[in-house]
Structures are given as structure tokens and as C-alpha cells.
Design a protein around this ligand. Structure first.
Ligand code: BG6
Ligand code: MG
Length: 214
């Protein structure tokens, strides 16, 4: 499986373990609406953007709110989330991330981000790894959210490669679906639910051998 020219990374759950922070912030938001929201419910929201996540929570609780209330709930959730990651630093990088970024850079393999998060650029900055990225596609720049492949297709296009020349690293079902729909080889990371869904499954990025692909 050679000839890989670029690596496209999801952020939350692949580079940094912020999924729990998203979950807790959504659970708190759901609570204000009288909706109970479990970790299992949250699984379906991994990789899903902020607006669609809130829509799914409201659907779960069979609730509707005015558009003003909807907007305030988005702000409420994001404030809880941002508070909870205020101390984020390089120490929060998931195992193998730093080594893989360095390796890719030294081998001339391009690096891209394909995340649903609007907070992505700030998080990469805080993690001290933003300069590794040749392209950053985040929740601010896509029209069709995951599981649509747009975020990864835009990343590949910006780097000048065909999807077959890129690998996508994902921890969410929505993201693996997006990768597959886009014609990318999908690498599932750190989420056992992806074991039989992604093309390749890794417990974490220390298990990945770039030499086998590039
Ligand atoms: C994804 C996360 O990366 O980004 C989701 O998996 C999150 O849990 C989504 O809801 C949107 O993030 P943000 O930072 O824009 O609210
Ligand atoms: Mg993710």
C-alpha cells in the first residue's frame, strides 16, 4: 500500500482526547433542557458539528426551541467546553502524535487537518503543533459536515493530491464514513467500535508505521 503523499487527521479523539470534554459540555447543556444524555448517546455525536449535535440532542429529548434559544444553547455549550480545556498544552497530545508528525515532515509527506471543530486552529496552537500542518480544514470552512466527505476532499484538493494518495485518521463513525465516501483509505484510531468499520484499526498512533504506506 505505497504511494501515500499526505496524512489527513481528525482532531478531537485522534490528536487530543477532548471527546470527554465535548460530552460533559453537551450533557450539561442537555440537562438545562431536561434531557438526559448518556455516553452512549454521545457516541453518535462524535465528529458531528456543533449545530447538528444540538439538533440531535433536541431530537433525542423530543424538544423544540426558538432560534434565539438554539443560538444561546450553542454558546452555553461552547463556553463550558472552552472552560474545560483552558489548560490544554503539549502534554495533552495523544500517544504517537508528535512522533508521527515529525516523521511525516522528515519524509516529505504532507499533513492536513480535517475537523468538524470551529475551535480547531486555537486547539492546534495550544498543543504547539499548528506549524506542522500544511492545510487546516475545520468546522468554519465546510458546507456539508461529516459524514459528508467535503472536509477531507477539500484537504486533499488543497494539498494537490487525489484521495487515493491520502490517509485519513479518525476516531468517529461519522469521520470514517466521510473518509470512505470520499475514496480515502480510513485508519480508525482508539475507538473499538471502528474495528470492523475502518480499513485499518489502531489502538493509538504509536502503532502506525508510515514506512509501510509512503
Ligand atoms: C468534532 C467533535 O471534532 O467537533 C465533536 O468530535 C464536536 O464532538 C465537533 O461537537 C464540533 O466542535 P466545536 O469545537 O466546533 O464545538
Ligand atoms: Mg474525532
Amino acid at each position: 500500500m505505497a504511494n501515500i503523499k499526505a496524512l489527513l487527521f481528525d482532531l478531537d479523539g485522534v490528536i487530543v482526547s477532548t471527546e470527554k470534554n465535548h460530552f460533559i459540555a453537551w450533557r450539561e447543556t442537555a440537562r438545562t433542557l431536561g434531557i438526559s444524555f448518556s455516553e452512549e448517546d454521545n457516541e453518535a455525536l462524535k465528529g458531528v458539528n456543533r449545530v447538528d449535535s444540538l439538533k440531535q440532542i433536541l431530537k433525542l429529548g423530543n424538544k423544540t426551541v426558538s432560534s434565539e434559544a438554539f443560538e444561546s444553547l450553542l454558546v452555553f455549550k461552547n463556553n463550558i467546553y472552552l472552560d474545560s480545556i483552558s489548560t490544554l498544552s503539549e502534554a495533552n497530545l495523544l500517544p504517537g502524535v508528535d512522533a508521527l508528525l515529525r516523521k511525516a515532515q522528515s519524509m516529505g509527506v504532507k499533513i492536513g487537518l480535517g475537523s468538524s471543530s470551529k475551535n480547531a486552529p486555537m486547539i492546534l496552537e495550544r498543543l504547539g503543533i499548528k506549524s506542522f500542518f500544511d492545510v487546516i480544514i475545520d468546522g468554519n470552512g465546510v458546507t456539508h459536515p461529516k459524514p459528508h466527505p467535503e472536509v477531507f476532499l477539500n484537504g486533499a484538493k488543497a494539498l494537490g493530491f487525489h484521495p487515493s494518495e491520502c490517509l485519513v485518521f479518525e476516531d468517529a463513525l461519522s469521520g470514517v464514513t466521510a473518509a470512505k465516501e470520499g475514496g480515502f483509505l480510513s485508519i480508525g484510531v482508539g475507538n473499538p467500535l471502528l474495528q470492523h468499520v475502518a480499513d485499518v484499526y489502531l489502538n493509538n498512533l504509536t502503532e502506525f508505521r508510515l514506512e509501510e504506506y509512503a
